[in-house]
Design a protein. Structure first.
Length: 143
C-alpha cells in the first residue's frame, strides 16, 4: 500500500461502493420502470421496497461512520490536551467536529500550528485543514 496523503486518503469500500450500491440503484430503476409499464399495487410495492433498501443501505453505511467520527473527535480532543499548550488546548475545545476529524491527519509536531490557524480563522474547512498538513499522518483504520 502506498503512503497515505491528501490526494489518496479517500477510502472506497469495494463491496459497498462497487457492488451493493450499483445493484440497489439498478433494482430501483428497474422497479420504477415496471411500475410505469404496469401500474398496480404489486409493482408499486416493489418500487417502495427498492427505495427502502437504498435508504437501509445508506443508513447501514452512515451510522457507523458517525459513531467513528465521534470516536475520532474524542481521540483528537485527548491528543490536543496532551500535545498542545494549556491555552491552545482550551481554545481547541471550540473546534467543530469536522475540524477535529480533519486534524487526525496532522502529526503532533504540526498540531499547534494548525490549531492556531484554525482558531485565528485562517483555516476553517476540513479540506483546507487537510491541505495545510505538511507531513501526513495516515489513518488506515477508517472504512
Amino acid at each position: 500500500m502506498s503512503t497515505q496523503s491528501f490526494a489518496n486518503h479517500t477510502r472506497w469500500h469495494a463491496p459497498f461502493h462497487f457492488f451493493v450500491v450499483p445493484i440497489l440503484i439498478i433494482n430501483l430503476i428497474w422497479s420504477v420502470v415496471d411500475l410505469i409499464r404496469a401500474p398496480g399495487w404489486y409493482s408499486a410495492r416493489f418500487a417502495v421496497v427498492s427505495l427502502a433498501l437504498i435508504v437501509l443501505a445508506t443508513l447501514v453505511r452512515l451510522n457507523p461512520l458517525r459513531a467513528q467520527d465521534r470516536l475520532i473527535r474524542l481521540e483528537e480532543r485527548l491528543r490536543c490536551q496532551r500535545v498542545l499548550s494549556p491555552t491552545m488546548a482550551a481554545q481547541a475545545e471550540n473546534l467543530s467536529e469536522p475540524q477535529f476529524i480533519a486534524l487526525r491527519f496532522a502529526p503532533d509536531e504540526e498540531l499547534e500550528e494548525i490549531v492556531g490557524a484554525i482558531v485565528a480563522g485562517k483555516l476553517s474547512k476540513p479540506v483546507d485543514i487537510k491541505k495545510a498538513i505538511k507531513n501526513w499522518r495516515a489513518d488506515t483504520f477508517r472504512v
